[in-house]
Design a protein around this ligand. Structure first.
Ligand code: HEM
Length: 544
């Protein structure tokens, strides 16, 4: 060993030591830095949390110990009218009730609504666990009623990219067009029916058009059975559509057991029994179709996709296995049906009712339809972008007559502050569709049906969507409606066909349509009955 070796060795050791200690130094410095950042972050967060918790909840009625405002909810039915009344009395656009342990936060202001759905979307994107959602979604297997999590992500992705994409929308155009033709055929047959004297039940026509469109898109069929000779719904479709509306009426309907879950097994208000029966009525027709189709794909009898059910069955995961279980497919189809039937039919029934009382609106709509479409053919989806007045009528119906008082609840996943108030984790945010659409700070003469208010000076396109929440149609944010294109097409087509195909007037015994809302909801109190006369050549009313 050279005399220098140790030196070199030591030297080497030394260098290694220096390198080692400088590495250690850097390591500890980084660790210290991380610890310091973490300490200050944690301290700041605690301060924020403390500050947040010091803020008060939005104003609201005084709550009882334990049960909160449930006694008032039980005393003041329907709950939504009571809530809107006390918000008006308190002159508050955001308020807070406590139902059991749950803070329920109704909101009637678009600005505050956007704080929830846009600015703090990631905090307010969950949904409540409740009886209606549980039963309807087959145990939280679907999209609309499912709390935030992997299942919601999976199903929403499938809806957006596989079922409601622009490509699939075009693919399904023929089915929607067929149902639009069938609608005028069915209404025409009622006009011609001497027994009814030309009186048409607009609610039935509108609801069944929606039911037919979605059934055709999913199952490639309009009727589960034979239907009626005049093109109307058969007993099967009547039962199914009625059941869908029953489910909608009982979803998020302030059932006591939704806030005190251990009461569920007693089913005190009977909601569980009603929703269970309604879901069974819907699935009694759907499920055998789904089972049969799966069988056809398995035994090779089916090889080509013809409708959305085929799409759902043939989706594959990355290993080539079915992406969806049979139960997921069955539950998701109920979810889609519920999402599709109510909004377009309710808006169009209200629009026709309002227009009968102000016939000058019919003239304006007809002038537009004559100039864009003429009288020699029926209005088509390709015309809809040019029908601004017709769309303004539909939009005005969404504003003034939303299908339900509140949006589906959004649930917060952490404590936060909105509009200067403390909003605790687990709060249910109820954006008031009614309160936003009729907010006098946004709309002049808010209770008047005035489609012109939606027409733009530059003549640009009127759309039914309103991401700024000045009216509540499709909502916004990650829980926003994925069915804007389909929902807009269905609503506008339904209204445009009824306006182009028929002249609408009052039944002989009436001087005006009674525009009273139903007691328990926002639909017309009684289904709209109106006199319809065909406007076009007879050959245009034949069904496909
Ligand atoms: C005019 C027709 C329609 C209107 C006005 C409408 C409106 C809405 C609204 C207000 C929401 C709740 C958004 C929120 O929670 O913030 C929603 C959610 C939803 N809509 Fe629609 N919708 C319509 C048609 C459709 C159609 C045709 C489909 C699909 C077939 C559909 C599927 C859904 C789904 C899956 C959700 C839940 C989204 C989620 O939770 O992530 N909707 N819709």
């Amino acid at each position: 060993m050279s005399p220098y070796t140790p030196c070199l060795f030591y030297g080497l050791l030394d260098t290694t030591n220096i390198r080692f200690s400088s590495t250690l130094f850097i390591f500890f410095s980084i660790l210290l830095l991380i610890a310091t950042i973490f300490f200050f972050y944690a301290k700041q967060k605690t301060q924020i949390n403390k500050k947040t918790k010091q803020l008060s909840l939005p104003p609201g009625p005084k709550a009882w110990p334990m049960v909160g405002n449930l006694p008032e909810v039980l005393q003041n039915k329907p709950t939504f009218r009571w809530i809107h009344k006390f918000m008006e009395e308190m002159n508050a656009e955001i308020t807070c009730l406590r139902l059991g342990n749950v803070h329920v936060i109704p909101v009637t202001s678009p600005e505050i609504g956007l704080e929830f759905l846009r600015k703090q979307d990631s905090i307010f994107s969950s949904r409540p666990f409740n009886i209606g959602a549980d039963l309807t979604s087959g145990g939280y297997l679907t999209t609309a009623l499912v709390p935030l999590g992997e299942q919601w992500k999976k199903m929403k992705k499938i809806l957006v990219s596989e079922l409601l994409s622009p490509k699939k929308h075009r693919w399904l155009h023929g089915k929607r067009a067929g149902e639009a033709d069938h609608l005028v055929h069915y209404v025409y047959n009622q006009c011609m029916n001497s027994m009814t004297g030309g009186l048409v039940n607009v609610r039935i026509a509108a609801q069944h058009y929606c039911g037919n469109v979605i059934r055709k898109m999913i199952f490639n069929k309009r009727f589960f059975g034979e239907g009626m000779a005049d093109g109307g719904p058969g007993v099967e479709e009547e039962e199914q559509v009625e059941a869908l509306f029953t489910i909608l009426a009982y979803l998020n309907s302030f059932s006591v057991s939704d806030y005190i879950p251990w009461l569920r097994r007693l089913d005190l208000d009977g909601h569980e029994k009603i929703v269970t029966k309604a879901v069974a009525s819907v699935r009694k027709y759907n499920d055998p179709e789904i089972d049969e189709r799966i069988h056809q794909w398995m035994n090779g009898a089916k090889k080509e996709q013809e409708d959305l059910l085929d799409v759902l069955i043939t989706l594959k995961d990355k290993n080539g296995n079915p992406l969806l279980s049979v139960e997921e497919i069955k539950a998701q189809i109920v979810d889609i049906m519920i999402a599709t039937v109510d909004n377009p039919s309710n808006a169009v029934e209200w629009a026709i009712a309002e227009m009968i009382n102000q016939p000058v609106m019919f003239q304006k709509a007809i002038e537009e339809l004559e100039s864009v479409v003429g009288k020699k053919r029926l209005v088509q989806e390709s015309d809809l972008s040019q029908l601004n007045y017709v769309k303004a009528c539909a939009r005005e119906a969404f504003r003034l007559h939303p299908v339900g008082p509140f949006n589906i609840p959004h649930v917060s996943i952490s404590d936060t502050t909105v509009a200067g108030y403390f909003i605790p984790k687990g709060s249910h945010i109820l954006l008031s569709r009614q309160g936003i659409g009729r907010n006098p700070k946004i709309w002049e003469e808010p209770l008047k049906f005035k489609p012109e208010r939606h027409l733009k000076d530059d003549g640009s396109d009127v759309v039914l969507d309103e991401p700024n929440l000045h009216l509540f149609s499709f909502s916004t944010g990650r829980r926003g409606c994925p069915g804007v294109t389909l929902g807009s097409a269905m609503t506008t087509m339904l209204l445009a066909r009824l306006l182009q195909g028929f002249t609408w007037s009052l039944p002989p015994t009436m001087s005006s349509i009674n525009l009273t809302e139903s007691v328990g909801g926002l639909s017309l109190e009684k289904p709209l009955l109106a006199l319809a006369r065909p406007r076009l050549a007879e050959n245009l009313y034949t069904s496909p």
